[in-house]
Write a protein that binds this ligand. Structure first.
Ligand SMILES: Cc1ncc(COP(=O)(O)O)c(C=O)c1O
Ligand SMILES: [Zn+2]
Length: 425
């Protein structure tokens, strides 16, 4: 469907499995596999293309219990499963009957990516970026980050025994600061927004040729890691595509690549080719893609973010226009929810499913609710939502809303006096 394939790898190109070349997403010009990320003809972003072999479900099922079971569909060396990586993926797909009942839905699933090694989906993209970067001769793993990527890069580099350089806005959640610093790489907090940090990273990438900024100069490889979310969802559903999927958007790469993953499985005959609809979720305080969708624009107008969903606070999303393409092609939508709705949705997910998502998860559940109310999502269709990160990393967002009762004396009388033996407790 959406997959482009191309002949054989150019002589001397890095050995990245079945990947054969890079192709410009704007003008289609192909170039050899290598460390470039923008088209030399039109500056458009580049995409990895492959020459896939015949592949069966059994081949994949016989692989390791992590994303490397899909190595044949990724730009990684063939021996990747035996190299030191964080081994992300194969997170649980939870049947969400409690949340479905609350929302009047029939078949709802949560892909709970908080179960990854550093508790977000970013471990997937970083593992692929690291594998490709090492093969291309980079010596340092680096990134600008809204927090989760910082955790993933610092951990993956520590595991692989190489240096990391991680840069974040200084106003990040304390949990995300500590859970990056603990891995001991170079950690830079910047007085500015994510978009400022991203600009600084692009300038540094120009000066340090052996630094792989995972989401800047090796972005074509990095982004491919999110296809594994799509692959796993289909495999966990019994090799079937869902009817609808709701995905949080920051840069938009995750959403675009889940759709690409579904397309590749259908093209390879690993699932039945049937329509699926892709929906995007943003926080109102940073909703440039939702605005463009709403107004029917093809381009995304940058905004200055102001939201508790800091992991999604990218005001100038690199994949914004491609999100619009995917959502419009599949008959989906992009919507946004306010900060109070995000907090409320985090609590709803926790209360109905026992899953504690971070603010990005609250955004996704909030948009699920909103699009059901507006009739844009079908309550009877099989639906998957992504919980892309762990609530333990964004405690400040929910702390003011979650009542914690005062301590009692350790006596039955005190227990009863506080009303804890009532049937409603
Ligand atoms: C928890 C979480 N979910 C979703 C996203 C969005 O991913 P993307 O930038 O690929 O749209 C991010 C990005 O940082 C994130 O940290
Ligand atoms: Zn081009």
């Amino acid at each position: 469907m959406t997959t482009q394939t191309a002949g054989t790898r150019a002589p001397g190109a890095p050995r990245l499995g079945n990947a054969t070349a890079l192709s410009c997403r704007e003008c289609g010009k192909t170039s050899a596999l290598g460390p470039q990320y923008a088209c030399d003809e039109c500056f458009g972003p580049l995409e990895v293309i492959y020459d896939f072999p015949r592949l069966t479900r059994a081949d994949i099922e016989a692989g390791p219990h992590n994303i490397w079971r899909y190595a044949q569909l990724l730009p990684v060396p063939r021996d990747i499963a035996s190299r030191p990586t964080t081994e992300p993926g194969c997170t649980r797909l939870v049947r969400a009957d409690g949340l479905a009942a609350e929302l009047g839905m029939r078949r709802l699933w949560i892909k709970d990516d908080s179960g990854n090694p550093t508790h977000s989906f970013k471990d997937r993209v970083v593992a692929v970026a690291l594998a490709a970067a090492t093969e291309m001769g980079f010596k340092v793993l680096a990134c600008p980050s809204t927090g989760n990527l910082a955790n993933a890069v610092a951990a993956a580099a520590a595991r692989a025994g190489i240096r990391s350089v991680v840069m974040v806005p200084a106003n990040l959640e304390e949990q995300k600061i500590l859970t990056t610093a603990v891995y001991g790489g170079t950690f830079v907090t910047v007085d500015g927004t994510y978009d400022d940090v991203n600009r600084l990273a692009s300038e540094l990438a120009g000066e340090h040729e052996d630094w792989a900024f995972v989401n800047v100069n090796v972005r074509p490889y990095y982004a491919e890691g999110s296809k594994t979310l799509g692959f796993e969802i289909a495999e966990q559903l019994g090799w079937r595509l869902p009817d609808q999927i709701v995905v949080p958007i920051a840069s938009g790469a995750q959403l675009v690549k889940i759709d690409k993953g579904f397309g590749e499985l259908a093209e390879l005959g690993l699932v039945e080719d049937k329509p699926w609809r892709v929906f995007g979720a943003q926080a109102t305080g940073c909703s440039p893609v939702a605005e463009a969708f709403d107004k029917g624009w093809d381009v995304v107008r940058p905004v200055k973010p102001s939201t508790i969903a800091k992991s999604l606070a990218i005001g100038n999303p690199a994949d914004g226009p491609y999100v619009l393409d995917v959502v419009r092609r599949t008959g989906g939508a992009v919507a946004d929810v306010s900060d109070p709705e995000i907090v409320d949705s985090i609590r709803l997910l926790a209360r109905t499913q026992g899953v504690f998502g971070e603010t990005a998860g609250g955004v996704t559940v909030g948009v699920l609710r909103k699009l059901l109310d507006s009739g844009q999502l079908d309550p009877d269709a099989e639906t998957v939502i992504i919980n892309s990160g762990d609530g333990l990393k964004t405690l400040d967002a929910v702390a003011p809303a979650v009542p914690v009762p005062a301590a009692i004396r350790p006596t039955v009388a005190a227990f009863q006096a506080a009303g804890f033996d009532g049937t409603d407790v």
